[in-house]
Design a protein around this ligand. Structure first.
Ligand code: 6GU
Length: 236
């Protein structure tokens, strides 16, 4: 899968993703991340990419032209029109379902804004999906883009070593994950729950499911209600 990120801070994207699991997948050729510097497409002699907002107000707005040109630099090399995700707090809140949906694409273009946003006209031209990562404000879309790329990447076959681990995680079954333990069996007076040492897989699974329900009810009552709803309908 190929990610093409349109950004004013390409190094931030490359530094963030060339490490750890995504970095290994890039080295293996399973993923590629191209960071396209929007400033390279400025037509201004000072390489300016922003200007004052029409109608007045605080801050600067990214101009349409360099964004359109950066997009075309990517799109003209692809065999079909790509999906273009614009990272914005005004978008739909990102979730695991959207990660699965994006993971089906061979190429994904991700547009990162800065300042007070991007001229609406280029957004109308190129953007297919408006995506936020939550109800808080960031200084720019780059960290949000990295969040999306990370979560989509781990769904691409071959990126994770253990094929199982993509499926047993929180959210994949609509519940939060159960607690995990490793050696030593006692740490600062706290013992690992006996059931996990029992070797009885059915009992371990039952205990983990119980803990998942407990946690979800406590920390994400919204998810818990949804889970209970859908699972009661299934047995009617
Ligand atoms: Cl996608 N971008 C920015 N700038 N801020 C955000 C966001 C995105 N999602 C939440 N806050």
């Amino acid at each position: 899968m190929n990610f093409h990120v349109l950004t004013l801070f390409p190094q931030m994207i490359l530094d963030g993703l060339n490490t750890s699991i995504t970095g290994r997948a890039i080295d293996k050729g399973i993923l590629s991340v191209e960071a396209v510097d929007i400033r390279d497409f400025s037509t201004n002699k000072h390489m300016k990419v922003d200007d004052y907002p029409y109608g007045g107000g605080a801050g600067m707005v990214m101009q349409a032209e360099p964004v359109q040109a950066a997009y075309e630099h990517v799109a003209e090399r692809l065999s079909k029109k790509p999906r273009v995700i614009y990272m914005t707090p005004q978008g739909h809140t990102f979730n695991q379902q959207m990660a699965h949906d994006f993971a089906k694409e061979e190429d994904l273009v991700i547009l990162c804004g800065h300042y007070e946003g991007i001229d609406e006209r280029v957004l109308e031209n190129i953007v297919t999906d408006y995506v936020s990562i939550g109800d808080y404000v960031l200084t720019g879309g780059e960290l949000a883009a990295m969040v999306v790329i990370d979560s989509v990447s781990r769904l691409v076959p071959g990126v994770l070593n253990n094929t199982e681990s993509a499926e047993t995680e929180s959210f994949e079954n609509g519940l939060l994950e159960y607690p995990q333990y490793t050696r030593p069996v006692e740490f600062m007076g706290k013992r690992v729950p006996d059931v996990l040492l029992s070797g009885n897989h059915a009992k371990v699974d039952a205990w983990r499911f119980e803990k998942s329900l407990e946690r979800t009810k406590k920390y994400r009552p919204d998810l818990y209600e949804e889970y209970m709803q859908s699972h009661s309908e299934m047995h009617q």
